[in-house]
Design a protein around this ligand. Sequence first.
Ligand code: NI
Length: 399
Amino acid sequence: MDKQTRLDTEQKIDRLLPRMIADRRHLHRHPELSFQEKETAGWIAARLAELGCSHIRTGVGGHGIIAEINGMEPGPVVVLRADIDALPIQEEKESEYRSAVPGVMHACGHDAHTSALLGIAAYYESLQGKFKGTRRLLFQPAEELTPGGALPMIQDGALDGADAVYGVHLWTPVPAGQIKVRGGAFMAGVDEFTIDIIGKGGHGGMPQDTADAIVAGSALVQALQTVVSRNVSPLDTAVLTIGSFQAGEASNIIAGHCRLKGTVRTFDPRVRERVKSRIAELVRSVCAGYGTEGRLDYRGGYPPVINNATEAERCRAAAIELFGADAVSESELITAGEDFAYYLERVPGCFLFVGAGNEELDAVYPHHHPKFDLDESSMRQSALLLIGCAERFAADWTA
Ligand code: NI
C-alpha cells in the first residue's frame, strides 16, 4: 500500500468503527451456541445485504455465510474469516450490551470478529471494484465445539479457488494496539480421551479376590506422566493432562470400575501421533499388569494451527506498515486450539492475534471468563490488519 492508500483506508475504517461497535453490541446481546447460530446468520446476511453485498451464500456447511466482493482488475481470491458462535457461560459483567440470553455469552470475542469482518465488507463495497481480484469473507459457525464449523464450510466450497487465507483472533492477554505474529506452529492441536478401566470389585477386607480398578487407575495416571517426559523430544512440546478421575463408592468396597478423562495438546503432527500411540500402549499394558482391562476412547480434535512461513512474513510486514515496528512482535506458542487450522492445512495463510486488553475498560479477563470483555477499538486494528494482509498479497500476486 502506498502512503495515500494507507491513509485513505485508515480514514474509512475510522469512519466505520462506530458501526462495528454497534454491531458488536447487538451480537453480544444476542449470543447463540455453536451449531445453533440461526438468528445470528440471518442477521449477518441482512447486514451484508444492507451494505450492498450482492454475492451472498447462506447455509454454507450449516449456518455459515460466504460473501464475495469482486474487484474490476484481475487478481487473487483472498479469503478472510471470522467465527460467529458464543459459549455456554452465564455473563457476570454488567453493561448496556450484556447478554440477554441466560447461560449463553460471547466470552471469546467472536462477536467482535464478526463485526470487524462486516466493517471489512463495508470497506470493500466502498471501493466500487477498485481493487485486484476477489475478497471472499467467511462467517463461520461453531468454532468453539468440535468437530467445528470450518470443515463443513470447506466441504461446501469455502476454499474453492482460494489463493490465500487470513484470520484474526482478538486477544485480551495482549494489550490493545499490539499485534502478535508467528510463523510455523502457533496454536495447539487439541485431542481428548476417556479411559475406562474394568476390574473386579469386592470386599475391602478381601483384596485377594478382586482386581482393584483404583490401584490400576492410579498406576496408569503416573505412567501417563512419562509420555511427555520420556517419549517426547525435549526440543518438542506437548501437554498431557488427566482432568478427571472417577471411581469407587465407599471406604470398604474395592472399585471394579474407574474412568479417567484427559486432554492432549501438541504442535506437531508427528508428536501428536507419538503421544496418541504411547497412551494406547500404556492403557493396554499397565491395566493388564494389574489384572484389569483398559479401554481407550481417543477423540482427535482440531489439528495444530500452523502458519505458512511466507504468509506470516507478509502479514508481519503489513502489520509493521500499518502500526509501526513497536506494535508488532513475535507470539509465543498458544496451547489453546482453533479450527482455523483446517484452512491452513489446505491454503497458504496466517492466523494472527490482535491485542484487545485494556485495564481502564476492565478488559482484563481471559477468554471464556464470565466477566470477559474487550477493548472495542481493537476492531479497528483487526479490520485494518486483514485488509493490509489481503492488499499486500494482491499487490505481490502474479497469475
Ligand atoms: Ni475464540
